[in-house]
Design a binder for this molecule. Structure first.
Ligand SMILES: [Fe+2]
Length: 219
């Protein structure tokens, strides 16, 4: 699944973050979507539309969650639903970095925020070896794609750039950092892994002191 943004994207900014409200609005809307207990196609469609709106705007991601590591791609937790129905992460690619072939075991949505990445889908053959499925897709800013065990769960993702950082925003149907998953070597058995997260503190989505400031009168 792939959707394109309907409106022109705002350019990325190097100025300090003014508001996390786009991310707060996103997690509130995503929680409300899941409250209705929709089926997976609805989650991917409606949730994909919410993510398309979020990544159409590159002004809200705090610098602390946009930092690359010289050797490893980074996965920063931005929000975890209190009952772990979903989680939101920023995936930060240093120049030339790539994942191994891996699965997710739950649905996932991938929204490109900054830079670009290649997504190569795989499927297992009769002997359990991963085989590429078609050509890789290139995700440009504003693009949203989906993965899940029902529509295709194996892929390898890489930064499209050898000389710049790329960032995508992912949403998963679980607390993804704690999910038992697998990587798939070209030869040999799948290897279990649990990803964890690159950060130990979360962005504070809930300071509403700047919301509607102009309408407030000191008590
Ligand atoms: Fe993935």
């Amino acid at each position: 699944m792939s959707t394109q943004p309907s409106a022109l994207r705002e350019p990325s900014r190097s100025t300090p973050i003014e508001s996390l409200s786009p991310l707060r609005d996103f997690v509130v809307a995503f929680g409300r979507l899941l409250d209705a207990q929709p089926d997976e196609p609805c989650i991917l469609r409606e949730g994909g539309a919410l993510l398309t709106t979020l990544v159409a705007n590159d002004s809200w991601l705090p610098q602390a969650y946009a930092q690359p590591h010289p050797n490893y791609y980074q996965q920063y937790l931005l929000h975890a639903d209190s009952t772990e129905r979903f989680s939101v992460v920023s995936f930060v690619w240093g120049p030339g970095q790539a994942t191994p072939i891996h699965d997710h075991t739950v649905w996932g949505l991938i929204g490109m925020l900054r830079g670009a990445e290649y997504n190569q889908p795989y499927a297992l053959d009769a002997a359990g070896r991963p085989l590429p499925q078609g050509a890789p897709s290139r995700l440009e800013p504003g693009t949203v794609e989906a993965v899940s065990p029902t529509i295709g769960d194996l892929h390898r993702v890489s930064n499209a750039f050898a000389d710049q950082v790329s960032i995508s925003i992912h949403v998963y149907g679980a607390n993804i950092g704690g999910v038992h998953r697998h990587t798939y070597p070209e030869q040999g058995a799948p290897k279990p892994f649990v990803s964890g997260y690159s950060n130990t503190t979360l962005p504070n989505l809930w300071d509403r002191s700047k919301d509607g400031l102009k309408d407030r009168v000191p008590a």
